[in-house]
Design a protein. Structure first.
Length: 205
């Protein structure tokens, strides 16, 4: 693989939305080169792509993890054994009291920025939600499905103006980010189809 400007641009566009093995096939390179180049360019997977992958792995673990699970009625080896007084006295000062919060506990509405530049809002204890999804749901009074993605029309992840937030599906997101691989005529048809769906969504909402 000759890393010229064209190949680097293609690799940068492919990496956030495709598996390393698929990129290796598409660009005729070995998978080790994919990992090395992604590290060199400091590329990251798209947040939605990671969510989909985590969900896929979770479904896989439901199957492969069956053999390692405790069966119903299983009793732990230390069942009924009490902690020694010496050990209890030793750890008692550091025990959490019932209802006690940690010193750095955040409040509802607290915002944080992910390493990918997206803003998340705490909606309840231990639960954060992407701000763009939260604003979209509140404005349109809808509940987004897991397959729905809210993108920024101007690509500015800090611009939460409602007209800048567009709802598409994960499939449409993957297609739009891979559109550069298609011929100009096909790219034009895909863009036209996306605009048509956007107009339909706007009328429905």
């Amino acid at each position: 693989m000759i890393w010229n400007e064209e190949n680097i641009k293609k690799f940068t566009e492919l990496y956030p939305f495709h598996y390393a093995k698929d990129i290796a096939i598409m660009m005729d390179m070995d998978i080790g080169s994919v990992y090395r180049m992604s590290t060199k360019l400091k590329l990251k997977k798209d947040p939605e792509f990671r969510r989909m992958e985590l969900q896929r792995q979770a479904e896989r673990l439901k199957i492969v993890g069956v053999k390692a699970r405790f069966t119903k009625g299983h009793k732990p080896a230390n069942l009924g054994q009490k902690m020694s007084k010496e050990m209890y006295d030793k750890i008692k000062p550091t025990m959490f009291k019932k209802g006690q919060d940690v010193h750095n506990e955040k409040y509802d509405g607290y915002e944080r920025i992910t390493k990918d530049g997206y803003v998340e809002v705490r909606i309840r204890k231990g639960k954060f939600k992407l701000k763009n999804r939260l604003i979209y749901e509140q404005h349109h009074k809808v509940k987004l499905h897991t397959d729905d993605v809210i993108i920024f029309a101007d690509h500015n992840k800090l611009n939460f103006e409602i007209n800048n937030l567009i709802k598409i599906t994960r499939t449409e997101l993957m297609m739009s980010n891979s559109i550069c691989n298609y011929p100009p005529e096909l790219r034009s048809l895909i863009n036209l189809n996306s605009k048509l769906k956007k107009k339909i969504n706007e009328k429905q909402n």
